[in-house]
Design a protein. Sequence first.
Length: 463
Amino acid sequence: MALSRSARLGSLATAAASFLVIAASSAPTPGADGIGDPYFPQLGNGGFDARHYALDIAYNPDTDRLDGRAMLTARATRTLSSFDLDLQKLEVTQVDVNGRRARFTRDGDELRITPRDALRKGRTFTVTVTYGGIPEPLGGPIVFGSNYGWMKTGDGVFVACEPNAASTWFPSSDHPSDKATYDIRIKAPKGLTGVSNGRLVSTYDRGGSTYTHWRETRPMATYLATATIGKFDVKTGRTPGGIPIYVAIDPKLVNSNSVDVYAVTAAATDYWSQVFGPYPFEETGAIVDDMPEAGFSLEVQSKPAYSAVRNETTIVHELAHQWFGDSVSVERWKDIWLNEGFATYAQWLWAEHQGTRSAHDSFRAAYDARPADSAFWQIKVADPQRDTMFASAVYQRGAMTLQALRERIGDAAFFRLLPAWTRLHRYGNANTADFVRLAEKVSGRKLGDLFQEWLFTTGKPAL
Ligand SMILES: [Zn+2]
């Protein structure tokens, strides 16, 4: 067979065209500057998947200066000519990609990095950022009007970063949809303790400094990372159920006898392990600091951080988040009720477990306390909007939703659903539609009307 001249030319042209298409699809392009979360469009970054952060930080409370070196191991999800990390305010002095110096520019909270060679799709790469400065906390309406993030205390710093303040102290892909494991090394003046996530690998003094190395081997959202530094009395051991526990309390607060943080942490970790499924992390615990002006506590992974001595209800709430929020994380911030509604419902379950009040009565109290014309009922729980993402409705109406669900599907199905949820999405991300789907599957019931009324509609639902 012989090709005709015109056919041959046509086929060559087609071949050339398809070559161009292939080249275009694999040509290096810049990574996106955000993952497109409607509440925080520039948080997180597109084009790679963060796998592991190795953070080395040195902090001096006298000067308030942080010096850091962050090495991120990531996998390119497409071929990248450049990519972004999130970093707020701190100064960058050097960036290396795969051990070679890379160019970088700053644009607001974005750090744009251009490696010498394109990063091929599917390949793992490392980026090391050397940086430093005086970290500033964030403020504004989001976190109950409080400052949050990197907060200076009398003897160090209290670090609690939900939702968007992790990038005030380390360069990162600062969105919960991009979870990673961590090694966190803290250098602080001798006598101070650096407390972080996961398990303590080593601690030692050298010169005038104390070095502490922590390792979190389970995937963690950036906002759940901490490097809280100060004077701490530390108590370690195991819960009665056998889970390692590490509780650090500011010595100024040790004699506050309002609650036994260690005992409540141990008991709640064990009880939630029965109700919600196996404890997802290697260690449980608490960090109790003297930072009362922060006014909030955070479910820091493996060790909730309390800005003061908090009550038993707060402790059981933060520990419930280890399943709901930390292990199963939101895919987008509008799903925040999957964290706060569940942790609030856990408070009701705790009271039921203690025999002080049934969850039904807690539901009725929360429902009856708010008249139909209250602004409380005007928040759409499954999409509360950025500045009201921590509105009380997200907590209370979120918890009411779960009690309404429990009363519809019955205790047997409801208490199969909770551990099924934490098992299905363990260490991952999930959204409201995923929960509705699983609730229908586990119960064998159509539940769209219930969730529509409680989560997606404003106004006070009729009982
Ligand atoms: Zn919470």
